[in-house]
Design a protein around this ligand. Structure first.
Ligand code: NAP
Length: 333
């Protein structure tokens, strides 16, 4: 008999998540039936969307999330023993699945061949954040050679990848981050042209110095006043904005406010479009293969911030929400 550990959503978050909002439990799992398989988590992801999604998650459910899991028993020929899946099983160590979709999430996906690259990348540069970065740039942001691109949340999983793709497209790239150490990583190692530390710099003042002609493309991961400043004061006419996330407001107790952007959109005749990675579900493999090639060729670099131990999921999650991660935040079981 297998005993699974799982974090149950015990209490709705009120502002920043508290440890008592989740409860670590043990569950005895039954034997698998025909058509099912049993998977053991190897890496689990901690992501900003978990905080944003929580108000829709019923109390008592396993807390939401993706993982890379090894199939250790199977009565389903599509999911053979020994293979790894990327699946939205939530925060749990062992899961019985029939391979079908879990609510709105995609069905467990057998990891494609990553060659010599680590399987943990299936949650980062070769997984959902990498897919989001790839399509967010190629299908929504549409940067052109010589243009100036700004990315917020730039040292995170999506942002660090977006900025590097924009560099591959021949753009000048500015990253907005929460520390100089992160900014130096972007410029010294990932090839960004400039960074702005939103906690210590006056964003407008720095942008007037480093992008006096304005910004052509803005990839928005954070929303809030940073976005209002960029959109209202620094975009060029006919610029494009890809809205990927708004983490600056996820932990607020009430609806966050920021200066309206409609004025900037109208006067600068901007195009602003939201995106969600699920839109490209039928093309995910295209992005995974392209990202793998870029990583293998050394054209896209990645970093992972790995916390050891399933019991430390909550700490890894809140550390990421506070900005403790460089690149993708993960937990290794
Ligand atoms: P991440 O950037 O790796 O981690 C979150 C980062 O957000 C932290 O490291 C922190 O970096 C920054 N942050 C936290 N509070 C902030 C605040 N008040 N203002 C500005 N930055 C803040 O996470 P990710 O997975 O790559 O996700 C980035 C964004 O994309 C999130 O908004 C997420 O919801 C969104 N997303 C959307 C999709 C989609 O399909 N639309 C898919 C994946 C992710 P600093 O140290 O720089 O503050």
């Amino acid at each position: 008999m297998v005993v699974a550990k799982a974090f149950i959503f015990e209490k709705q978050f009120n502002g920043f998540p508290q440890e008592t909002d989740l409860k670590l439990v043990e569950e005895e799992l039954p034997d698998i039936k025909d058509g099912e398989f049993l998977a053991e988590a190897v890496y689990l992801s901690v992501d900003p969307y978990m905080r944003a999604y929580a108000p829709r998650l019923p109390l008592g459910d396993t807390f939401v999330g993706g993982q890379i899991a090894k199939i250790i028993e199977s009565k389903n020929p599509k999911y053979p023993v020994g293979k790894y899946v990327e699946a939205r099983f939530g925060w749990r160590t062992h899961t019985i699945s029939d391979g079908k979709r879990i609510s709105e999430w995609s069905s467990p996906m057998i990891l494609p061949d990553f060659g010599d690259l680590p399987i943990s990348l299936g949650l980062g540069v070769l997984g959902m954040p990498g897919i989001t970065a790839y399509f967010g740039v190629t299908d929504i942001l549409l940067p052109e050679i010589g243009q100036t691109v700004i990315v917020t949340g730039a040292a995170g999983a999506v942002g660090s990848h977006v900025g590097q793709i924009a560099k591959l497209k021949g753009c000048k790239v500015i990253g907005v981050v929460g520390s100089d150490e992160k900014g130096k990583w972007l410029v010294d190692e990932l090839g960004f042209d400039h960074f702005i530390n939103y906690k210590t710099d006056d964003i407008s003042k720095v942008l007037q110095e480093i992008a006096p002609q304005g910004i052509d493309r803005y990839f928005d991961n954070v929303g809030g006043e940073i976005s209002s400043t960029i959109i209202n004061n620094h975009m060029k006419n006919f610029g494009r904005i890809a809205v990927c996330g708004c983490i600056s407001g996820y932990n607020e107790k009430s609806l966050p406010t920021a200066t309206p952007v409609q004025g900037g959109l109208v006067t600068r005749q901007l195009r602003m479009q939201g995106l969600h990675c699920s839109r490209w579900e039928d093309r995910w493999m295209e992005s995974i293969l392209q990202n793998r090639k870029w990583v293998e060729d050394g054209r896209i670099k990645y970093r992972e911030t790995i916390t050891e131990g399933f019991e430390n999921m909550f700490n890894a999650f809140t550390d990421m929400l506070r900005g403790g991660n460089f690149g993708k935040a993960l937990v290794k079981v």
